[in-house]
Design a protein around this ligand. Structure first.
Ligand code: ZN
Length: 215
Protein backbone atom coordinates (compact mmCIF):
# COMPACT_ATOMS: atom_id res chain seq x y z
CA UNK A 1 0.00 0.00 0.00
CA UNK A 2 2.74 2.36 -0.96
CA UNK A 3 1.89 5.81 -2.26
CA UNK A 4 4.03 8.13 -4.32
CA UNK A 5 5.44 11.19 -2.66
CA UNK A 6 2.55 13.63 -2.42
CA UNK A 7 2.77 16.28 -5.09
CA UNK A 8 1.87 19.89 -4.68
CA UNK A 9 -1.60 19.35 -6.03
CA UNK A 10 -4.08 17.38 -4.00
CA UNK A 11 -7.66 16.47 -4.67
CA UNK A 12 -10.53 18.91 -4.72
CA UNK A 13 -12.49 20.18 -1.76
CA UNK A 14 -14.13 17.70 0.54
CA UNK A 15 -17.86 17.31 0.25
CA UNK A 16 -19.66 19.19 2.97
CA UNK A 17 -21.26 16.97 5.59
CA UNK A 18 -23.13 13.71 5.20
CA UNK A 19 -21.89 10.75 3.21
CA UNK A 20 -19.61 11.92 0.43
CA UNK A 21 -20.31 10.68 -3.09
CA UNK A 22 -16.60 10.09 -3.59
CA UNK A 23 -13.28 10.48 -1.75
CA UNK A 24 -11.50 12.87 -4.09
CA UNK A 25 -10.01 14.79 -1.16
CA UNK A 26 -7.84 11.74 -0.35
CA UNK A 27 -6.32 11.40 -3.83
CA UNK A 28 -2.77 12.66 -4.41
CA UNK A 29 -1.06 13.40 -7.70
CA UNK A 30 2.57 13.13 -8.75
CA UNK A 31 4.50 16.40 -9.18
CA UNK A 32 3.70 16.12 -12.93
CA UNK A 33 -0.01 15.55 -12.45
CA UNK A 34 -2.23 12.51 -12.08
CA UNK A 35 -0.45 9.37 -13.36
CA UNK A 36 -3.11 8.42 -15.91
CA UNK A 37 -3.04 6.89 -19.36
CA UNK A 38 -5.78 6.79 -21.96
CA UNK A 39 -4.91 3.13 -22.56
CA UNK A 40 -3.15 0.68 -20.26
CA UNK A 41 -1.14 -2.43 -21.09
CA UNK A 42 -1.10 -4.97 -18.25
CA UNK A 43 1.00 -8.11 -17.83
CA UNK A 44 0.11 -10.78 -15.30
CA UNK A 45 2.81 -13.17 -14.12
CA UNK A 46 1.88 -16.57 -15.60
CA UNK A 47 1.85 -19.83 -13.69
CA UNK A 48 5.23 -21.53 -13.68
CA UNK A 49 3.70 -24.90 -14.58
CA UNK A 50 3.19 -28.18 -12.77
CA UNK A 51 4.40 -29.09 -9.31
CA UNK A 52 3.02 -28.82 -5.80
CA UNK A 53 2.54 -25.07 -6.19
CA UNK A 54 0.39 -25.39 -9.33
CA UNK A 55 -2.98 -25.16 -7.60
CA UNK A 56 -1.83 -22.15 -5.56
CA UNK A 57 -0.72 -20.45 -8.75
CA UNK A 58 -3.99 -21.14 -10.55
CA UNK A 59 -5.95 -19.89 -7.54
CA UNK A 60 -3.90 -16.69 -7.54
CA UNK A 61 -4.41 -16.24 -11.30
CA UNK A 62 -8.15 -16.72 -11.01
CA UNK A 63 -8.39 -14.17 -8.18
CA UNK A 64 -6.30 -11.47 -9.88
CA UNK A 65 -8.12 -12.08 -13.20
CA UNK A 66 -11.40 -11.28 -11.50
CA UNK A 67 -9.97 -8.18 -9.86
CA UNK A 68 -8.58 -6.93 -13.18
CA UNK A 69 -11.95 -7.59 -14.86
CA UNK A 70 -13.56 -5.09 -12.47
CA UNK A 71 -11.18 -2.38 -13.69
CA UNK A 72 -11.37 -3.48 -17.33
CA UNK A 73 -15.10 -2.72 -17.20
CA UNK A 74 -14.22 0.94 -16.54
CA UNK A 75 -10.86 1.52 -18.25
CA UNK A 76 -9.27 0.69 -21.62
CA UNK A 77 -6.96 -2.14 -20.57
CA UNK A 78 -5.16 -4.63 -22.81
CA UNK A 79 -3.46 -7.78 -21.49
CA UNK A 80 -0.03 -8.25 -23.03
CA UNK A 81 2.23 -11.32 -23.12
CA UNK A 82 5.55 -9.52 -22.82
CA UNK A 83 6.27 -7.89 -19.44
CA UNK A 84 8.48 -5.25 -21.06
CA UNK A 85 5.51 -3.97 -23.07
CA UNK A 86 3.35 -3.45 -19.98
CA UNK A 87 2.75 -0.23 -18.09
CA UNK A 88 1.63 -2.36 -15.16
CA UNK A 89 3.10 -5.70 -14.10
CA UNK A 90 1.08 -7.82 -11.71
CA UNK A 91 3.44 -10.08 -9.78
CA UNK A 92 2.76 -13.16 -7.63
CA UNK A 93 4.87 -12.40 -4.61
CA UNK A 94 4.66 -11.25 -1.05
CA UNK A 95 5.76 -7.64 -0.65
CA UNK A 96 8.78 -7.12 1.59
CA UNK A 97 7.95 -5.99 5.09
CA UNK A 98 8.10 -2.27 5.65
CA UNK A 99 9.26 -0.25 8.61
CA UNK A 100 6.55 1.81 10.25
CA UNK A 101 7.11 5.15 11.96
CA UNK A 102 7.52 3.37 15.30
CA UNK A 103 10.32 1.24 13.85
CA UNK A 104 8.32 -1.99 13.74
CA UNK A 105 8.23 -4.06 10.58
CA UNK A 106 4.77 -4.52 9.17
CA UNK A 107 3.81 -7.32 6.79
CA UNK A 108 1.34 -6.69 3.99
CA UNK A 109 -0.26 -8.78 1.28
CA UNK A 110 -0.14 -6.24 -1.50
CA UNK A 111 1.71 -3.25 -2.73
CA UNK A 112 1.71 -0.98 -5.77
CA UNK A 113 4.96 0.75 -6.68
CA UNK A 114 4.98 3.66 -9.11
CA UNK A 115 7.99 4.80 -11.11
CA UNK A 116 7.82 7.62 -13.62
CA UNK A 117 9.75 6.88 -16.82
CA UNK A 118 10.71 8.82 -19.91
CA UNK A 119 10.18 6.48 -22.84
CA UNK A 120 10.49 6.93 -26.58
CA UNK A 121 7.43 5.85 -28.59
CA UNK A 122 6.74 6.71 -32.22
CA UNK A 123 9.92 8.78 -32.21
CA UNK A 124 8.77 11.08 -29.39
CA UNK A 125 9.77 11.11 -25.75
CA UNK A 126 6.90 10.72 -23.32
CA UNK A 127 6.38 10.44 -19.59
CA UNK A 128 4.82 7.16 -18.60
CA UNK A 129 3.79 5.66 -15.29
CA UNK A 130 5.42 2.26 -14.73
CA UNK A 131 3.87 0.05 -12.08
CA UNK A 132 4.82 -3.08 -10.20
CA UNK A 133 1.89 -4.50 -8.29
CA UNK A 134 2.87 -7.24 -5.84
CA UNK A 135 0.09 -9.52 -4.62
CA UNK A 136 0.85 -12.29 -2.16
CA UNK A 137 -0.45 -15.78 -3.00
CA UNK A 138 -0.49 -16.68 0.72
CA UNK A 139 -4.09 -15.67 1.39
CA UNK A 140 -7.57 -17.04 0.88
CA UNK A 141 -8.82 -16.62 -2.68
CA UNK A 142 -11.30 -13.87 -1.78
CA UNK A 143 -8.59 -12.00 0.08
CA UNK A 144 -6.26 -12.24 -2.91
CA UNK A 145 -9.00 -10.81 -5.12
CA UNK A 146 -9.77 -7.97 -2.69
CA UNK A 147 -6.07 -7.15 -2.32
CA UNK A 148 -5.59 -7.12 -6.09
CA UNK A 149 -8.70 -4.96 -6.61
CA UNK A 150 -7.32 -2.41 -4.12
CA UNK A 151 -3.71 -2.37 -5.34
CA UNK A 152 -4.77 -2.17 -9.00
CA UNK A 153 -6.77 0.91 -8.01
CA UNK A 154 -3.54 2.55 -6.91
CA UNK A 155 -1.91 1.35 -10.11
CA UNK A 156 -4.56 2.98 -12.27
CA UNK A 157 -4.14 6.31 -10.50
CA UNK A 158 -6.13 6.23 -7.27
CA UNK A 159 -3.27 7.18 -4.93
CA UNK A 160 -5.24 7.62 -1.75
CA UNK A 161 -7.68 5.82 0.47
CA UNK A 162 -11.37 6.00 1.16
CA UNK A 163 -12.40 6.57 4.79
CA UNK A 164 -15.24 4.08 4.25
CA UNK A 165 -14.39 0.40 4.88
CA UNK A 166 -17.04 -0.66 2.33
CA UNK A 167 -15.02 0.76 -0.56
CA UNK A 168 -12.40 -1.21 -2.48
CA UNK A 169 -9.93 1.60 -1.78
CA UNK A 170 -10.61 1.65 1.97
CA UNK A 171 -7.74 2.76 4.18
CA UNK A 172 -8.62 0.04 6.66
CA UNK A 173 -10.26 -3.09 5.24
CA UNK A 174 -13.50 -4.20 6.83
CA UNK A 175 -14.24 -7.68 8.10
CA UNK A 176 -15.45 -8.87 4.70
CA UNK A 177 -13.23 -8.69 1.60
CA UNK A 178 -14.48 -6.08 -0.90
CA UNK A 179 -14.66 -7.87 -4.26
CA UNK A 180 -16.45 -5.21 -6.32
CA UNK A 181 -15.91 -1.51 -6.86
CA UNK A 182 -18.51 0.63 -5.15
CA UNK A 183 -20.31 3.68 -6.54
CA UNK A 184 -17.86 5.85 -4.57
CA UNK A 185 -14.85 4.04 -6.06
CA UNK A 186 -16.27 4.57 -9.55
CA UNK A 187 -17.18 8.21 -8.90
CA UNK A 188 -13.67 8.94 -7.62
CA UNK A 189 -12.15 7.32 -10.72
CA UNK A 190 -14.50 9.35 -12.95
CA UNK A 191 -13.47 12.54 -11.17
CA UNK A 192 -9.78 11.62 -11.54
CA UNK A 193 -10.07 10.87 -15.24
CA UNK A 194 -11.51 14.30 -15.97
CA UNK A 195 -8.08 15.79 -15.13
CA UNK A 196 -5.66 16.50 -17.94
CA UNK A 197 -2.51 14.44 -17.54
CA UNK A 198 0.88 14.88 -19.22
CA UNK A 199 1.48 11.12 -19.06
CA UNK A 200 1.55 9.40 -22.43
CA UNK A 201 1.77 12.74 -24.27
CA UNK A 202 4.87 13.79 -26.20
CA UNK A 203 7.13 15.90 -23.97
CA UNK A 204 7.09 19.57 -24.77
CA UNK A 205 3.61 19.47 -26.28
CA UNK A 206 0.90 21.75 -24.94
CA UNK A 207 -1.18 20.18 -22.19
CA UNK A 208 -4.08 18.15 -23.50
CA UNK A 209 -7.61 19.48 -23.10
CA UNK A 210 -8.77 16.51 -21.04
CA UNK A 211 -8.49 12.79 -20.59
CA UNK A 212 -9.19 12.21 -24.27
CA UNK A 213 -7.32 15.29 -25.47
CA UNK A 214 -4.58 14.86 -28.03
CA UNK A 215 -2.25 17.62 -29.03
ZN1 ZN B 1 -3.79 1.13 -0.41
Amino acid sequence: MQSPAPGPSAGGPAAAGGTAADYRQAIRFTPWGPPLLTHWCVWIEPASGAGPQAWLESRWLSAVDQALASWTALLPITRVDEPERAHLQLLRRRPPRRAEANGRLRASHGRAELTVLEVQRQGRWRLEPSLRVLISPDQRQEAIQATALHELGHGFGLWGHSPDAADAMAAVPGARPVLQLTARDRATLDWLRRHPSPFGQPLGSPPPAGADGRP
